[in-house]
Design a protein around this ligand. Structure first.
Ligand SMILES: [Zn+2]
Length: 499
């Protein structure tokens, strides 16, 4: 399925993520309808229109969010590593559970971009830059920024942006918002923003820049969320402080987050006094954060040899911890020293045998070393320890394909897809790959259509469904489903061309 190589802007580091794994993005995009909203009852969603007339309904908000996410995927490279993505998602959900709207359907994703930044899009889509994860010194600092972005959503700070968006078609507005938040130059026709006038673009740009009152509120609510979740509220002032100090080092290259979130001494002092009111939280850092940051650092590096030198020197130090050893193992792996890599990781597993991250990393190494049966067994053991785990499930499915067991891979992909949380581009991609080897041709078309759709390419998605209908073997039910889906894609395309 060469046609499924969809990443449009693949940097060298993104290539590594792609080589190691398949794309992973969470979310609740569903198969039967492009609109998440149709699957979410309006009752547990805040009504964004209630404060200023019927500006945007919860259903419209969800539609805009889904279109925004497809646009993001077509405009930038996301981190496809299931382990890194899974970690960010877990931390995000922990914070959401302690926010003012714990039932709001948030989605977290990691953007492969060294700029220190994070942003909130419509529909609760929160983007975290790799640069932010690498800059944070501990979990509470990362969580501080994430809690701040979550608060922008729960406090409905995007309302003003919807006002301008309302004057455009939904896909156009979504593409515009994505381009601005990602910092991508406008004029990208693929994103469906060609017809946007400079005035409209300027309006949205202005309205996406939150007011100072919004920022203050997001800090206040964010700190409250941190405290409620048991994460140290000092994470927020601590991160602000370091960003503030770093501006001197950055010169003109001010971190992205600072250009939209100016950190003044006043702001640091305010968040500090709020944190003091709550007191120290019990969770300041986590081993998982340190491991994930080491993973990102090594896998994202353009210079694996230099990484290896750094981790060799760090691992020798007296205060070297587990994360340094894990980074060393990954560095050995990336520089081709697979024996040393496995040995180093094996030592870590002796002390902490149930850690999923160690297990999937070891299995990946085994696959590369040709120890296919051991790898498959390790995945199966891990899945019986953590049934339904999507990170392990995706790794396992990809390994089955690699091992030439496409039928089993297809079955497992379909099993995962029964879970709404799994209905993401990477899982559909796995299904498409497995089906292309072992399934009927029309099934490959249906799966590929979903992948193209989630990457924002409606025309290719439609083509795939039209192909599917040409094959024999589809049941009446399947035919009806494909036609209905085709109809949805056609309507979305019409909406894009409208206005
Ligand atoms: Zn903000």
């Amino acid at each position: 399925m060469a046609s499924l190589r969809l990443a449009t802007r693949v940097s060298s580091s993104a290539m590594i993520f792609r080589r190691l794994t398949v794309a992973l993005l969470s979310g609740s995009l569903i198969f039967t309808s492009p609109f998440v909203a149709s699957d979410v009852t309006g009752n547990d969603l805040p009504d964004f229109g209630d404060s200023s007339g019927s500006l945007i309904s919860p259903a419209q908000e969800m539609e805009l969010g889904a279109a925004f996410m497809r646009s993001v995927r077509s405009q930038t490279t996301l981190v496809n590593d299931p382990e890194i993505h899974g970690y960010i998602e877990q931390l995000g959900y922990r914070l959401v559970a302690s926010s003012d709207t714990p039932s709001y359907p948030f989605t977290f994703f990691v953007v492969d971009n060294p700029a220190v930044n994070a942003f909130a899009g419509p529909g609760g889509y929160i983007g975290i830059h790799t640069g932010l994860i690498l800059t944070a010194r501990n979990e509470s600092e990362l969580a501080g920024v994430m809690a701040h972005e979550i608060a922008h959503v729960t406090q409905r700070h995007l309302l003003r942006a919807y006002e301008s968006a309302n004057q455009m078609s939904l896909p156009t507005a979504a593409g515009m918002i994505a381009a601005i938040l990602l910092g991508v130059a406008t004029g990208n026709t693929e994103a469906g923003i060609a017809g946007v006038s400079a005035v409209q673009a300027g309006n949205i740009q202005r309205q996406l820049n939150f007011t100072r009152a919004n920022e203050k509120e997001a800090d206040r609510i964010g700190i409250q969320t941190l405290a409620r979740s048991g994460i140290d509220p000092y994470g927020m002032p601590s991160f602000f402080e370091r960003l503030h100090q770093s501006t001197r080092l950055y010169g003109n290259n001010v971190p992205e987050f600072l250009s939209t979130h100016p950190v003044t001494s006043n702001r640091i002092a305010e968040s500090m006094s709020r944190a003091e009111r709550y007191g120290r939280g019990k969770d300041r850092n986590s081993l998982e954060f340190q491991l994930i940051r080491a993973r990102l650092q090594v896998l994202d590096s353009d210079n694996p040899q230099e990484m290896l030198r750094q981790y060799q020197s760090m691992a020798k130090k007296r205060d070297a911890g587990v994360a340094e050893q894990y980074g060393l193992a990954l560095s050995y792996w990336r520089t081709g020293a697979i024996d040393k890599a496995q040995k180093t990781l094996h030592a870590l597993m002796q002390d902490d045998p149930d850690r999923v991250l160690y297990r999937t990393t070891m299995a990946e190494m085994q696959l590369e070393a040709g120890q296919t049966q051991e790898a498959l067994q390790l995945y199966r053991d891990t899945l019986s320890l953590y049934p339904g785990d999507l990170v392990v499930g995706q790794r396992y499915t990809a390994a089955l394909i690699q091992a030439g067991q496409a039928t089993k891979a297809r079955d497992y992909a379909l099993k995962m897809l029964r879970n709404k949380q799994a209905r993401t581009a990477p899982v559909y991609e796995l299904w498409a790959k497995a089906a292309s080897i072992s399934g009927p041709a029309w099934e490959t078309n249906i799966a590929s259509a979903e992948v193209y759709f989630l990457y924002g390419n409606l025309q290719l998605a439609k083509d795939q469904l039209q192909q599917a209908l040409k094959h024999d073997g589809l049941s009446q039910y399947e035919q009806a489903r494909v036609r209905a889906r085709l109809n949805e894609f056609t309507q979305l395309m019409a909406a894009r061309e409208h206005k």
